[in-house]
Write a protein that binds this ligand. Sequence first.
Ligand code: RUQ
Ligand code: CUA
Length: 686
Amino acid sequence: MKKFLLVAVPLVLVAAATIGACSRRATGGGQAQLLQIAESRGLSPEDAAHALKTFVAPGGRDEYLLFASGGHSGQIHVIGVPSMRLLKTIAVFTPEPWQGYGYGADWSEMALAGEDAEHHGPHANGNGNGFTDPSGIGPKDPLRWGDAHHPALSETGGKYDGRWIFINDRAHGRIGMVDLSDFRAKQILQVPNLMTSHGGIFATPDTKYVHISSKVPALKAWNASKGQTVTLDDHLNRYADIYRGYSTFVAVDPQTGRMDLSKSFQIELPPYTQDLADSGKGASDGFAFINSYNAEMATGGIQQGRPPLEVGASQLDFDYLHIIDWKKAEQVVADGKYTQLNGIRVISLETAAAEGILHLAPEPRSPHGVDVAPKGDYISVAGKLDPHVTVYSIDLIKKAIAAKTYEGKDRYGVPILKFDAVVAGKVELGAGPLHTQYDNQGNAYTSLYLESAVAKWTLGEPYHSKDDAFKLVDKVSIHYNIGHLATTQGDTMDPQGKYLIAMNKWSIDRHTNVGPLHPQNFQLIDISGPKMELLADMPIGFGEPHYAQMVKADIIKAHEVYEPGVSPASNTKSPNAIASEKEARIERRPGVVEVWMNVVRSHFTPDIVTAKVGDRIIVHLTNTEQTPDATHGFAVPTKNVMVSLDPGETTSVEFTVDRPGTYSYYCTEFCSALHLEMQGWLIVEK
Ligand code: RUQ
Ligand code: CUA
């Protein structure tokens, strides 16, 4: 405490300066009280200042929202910044009973199963659980998990517009679409010809497309090989011929945000293991950039006497940055130079090379992130194994393409641009650079995985003079092993500076022991001054987060309640909506009991439903309330039926009961003082 007393004066200054605006609270007495609180809690002046910088008073709002991937939990987490409070988990690839997502053969279970829930009622195909997958590569049962990696908020003019967020499933070539008008996932799309995915996903500057590319290359024309046996020998020796990567531009409906394969196209790529990707914008609008890390095309095969993949893939000094001119690709597709393959138009590798759609540029071996600067002028490639970030210039790339400044072609005939002709600069940052984000002052921030640090460095002209360009200017230590990082709108044309979130993979020594599986850890860093300053830890009790995006909270305009009778599946009025309990009814036909049920505080109407064993029981539920947050649940014991009905919502569920008995359906949300009474009887007779 002695130490504390010595620094008590600076604390007063810090506290007074930080809350100077609220002088009514920071009177002389108030300051003494602040001191006393800080002292009694063992906080240093810095701690106290950090607390004041992040504290949001009860009932207050955060300035920013962070949308973080939930890794192999399959979900998206919404976190307030700077308070670092978890506001919501949005179910995407994994069922989530609280939100009734994925239970009851309703629209959400269909979305989860990759079905078109918008245009069909439940069980429209006679089997609500059927997996309709145009590529035919998906599993026959609906998946119950996904590995959510890279969220992409929709954009207009290169800036977040708050309408939708897309996210890829690393394990499969799937994209989930979440509508931010109600924060619910509406569509899960299996992209054809991809087995796995990584690159992107990003939205093009006006969200005409979301991009997703393969990670592990897939068997070429996956389905064509159906019925053929791929032998170990094929895999090891014919890999270069029979495997391919794919870059996919998935068309997005400008009204609904739904992805439409019929307007989408794919570009076949060499099997170099494409990694992260980013969208061109501004100066580089119309281009996309994808990293790769296995130009060697190593396959592993340790027991076959081959080097492990990570060794085999690190032999050459260079891998290839893929530069894709997608506007040209669009034109080539319009000209009919494509093959229809498993429900999508595919531009072959030969055509992509011949038409100038695909160029390669050498990049120092096995890089990780590729991140386009706010004006689209610079493209930063982080070294991973190399302590440098290599910065490419779109001007130089365009010139080199025009002048055909090649250093050769790869075995597939794809031109390789001369390294020196396209690189604007290199900056040495430290061990293990992975990902880069930007601020509004022409600075870049790169995560250093091995060093557990964030490096701040300068871009070139026009932000910084030639002498000051590509210089390391600051570094802050984090704990430990940072993967991605997110700055405020730091991957858009409207970066804000202010905050940076480090998404750390490890958290040894940071939190109370909760068993060998530690929470993962977000760290909030203030980047508003010349020195970065670590403000707060946020342990997160869910799957490994990968990328996140941070958006000004007021850009998101979700509605408070649904218009009466709206189905979340379509965002339009459900044909099965009812206006009040007067319209509630039960209709019967052979083998079917169909119920239109009204749901309000604190009863269901009807509250008694009878059926016979084996009947299909279809219940159309309408929450006819319009009071914000007046959510009710509908749960049927012994069945996987658990839906959440937000105010105004209409949702339909369907199930059968195969044993006679009485089943008491009930409301799962404590909605009123008489919530416990909110139940009904399902009586099932032989
Ligand atoms: S990756 S930790 Cu899946 Cu985004 Cu770099
Ligand atoms: Cu409705 Cu509890």
